[in-house]
Design a protein around this ligand. Sequence first.
Ligand code: NAP
Length: 258
Amino acid sequence: MNAARWRLDGQLALVTGASRGIGLATARELAGLGADIVLVARDEAHLEQVRDELAEEFPRNSLRAFAADVGEHEQRLEVFDFIADLGLELSLLINNVGMNTPKPTLDYSASEYRRIIDTNVFSAFEMCRLAHPQLVQHANAGIVNVGSVSGLTSVRTGSPYGMSKAALHQLTRNLATEWAEDGIRVNSVAPWYIRTQRSEPALADPDYLDEVLERTPMKRIGEPEEVAAAIAFLCLPAASYISGECIAVDGGFLRYGF
Ligand SMILES: NC(=O)c1ccc[n+]([C@@H]2O[C@H](COP(=O)([O-])OP(=O)(O)OC[C@H]3O[C@@H](n4cnc5c(N)ncnc54)[C@H](OP(=O)(O)O)[C@@H]3O)[C@@H](O)[C@H]2O)c1
């Protein structure tokens, strides 16, 4: 076995939404594999606290934090200025930020559904474009987009969220083919319910939780670390011939017809 194919030493990964949930678990997993990380989230104080904790856990890695809203173009540019100033080149981009306000379709105002699409799709699209000049310089360059089972089948999340995640999965397929000649692999993950701050309110309703578990072959909610592991695998040199793929992290949910 070539152990180096299962390591990310010397690679710089940008993880958006890295201060909690799936993003934080991903930053930790990638750091554990040797990667240096730039963590991005909006709440600066919380982000710095998380960075300090990770820095203690991984004293040999370079762990940087930059507070930004990746839904705002000026702030996306600031993230890449920050990376340029570090003098390090990015080789991995994890587009993890996503938001939702679930409602019946007829109840959305135009600004509400546009915000979901802007944050979940256009920000990831722009982050990919901004990262390209740096990714193209690396032998093991990759992007992983955090989609959702909601982008692959209908679940009760509201249609704009489903549309946005479907678009993110299609962006993944398009870039995988377009940027293959640039040596950039582009993949996605599709989680079903994962235990995070974001999913907590819905899962706190015992009847709803029962319904979710009833529809989940593995009869449990996923953990952020289980999504992070799939993301990390897609980043590794070990996944060097995998591009345009989507790994469902869903306890069998998508395969459960009846
Ligand atoms: N949890 C689930 O069950 C589940 C299932 C399927 C898919 N997903 C997807 O997984 C991703 C992560 O979800 P999660 O449950 O881990 O969320 P979470 O626990 O709410 O964490 C969200 C993270 O993103 C940051 N963030 C949010 N909006 C941001 C923005 N505009 N710019 C920069 N940072 C931002 C948050 O920090 P700040 O608030 O400080 O910015 C936080 O670090 C999302 O794309 C979600 O759609 C989640």
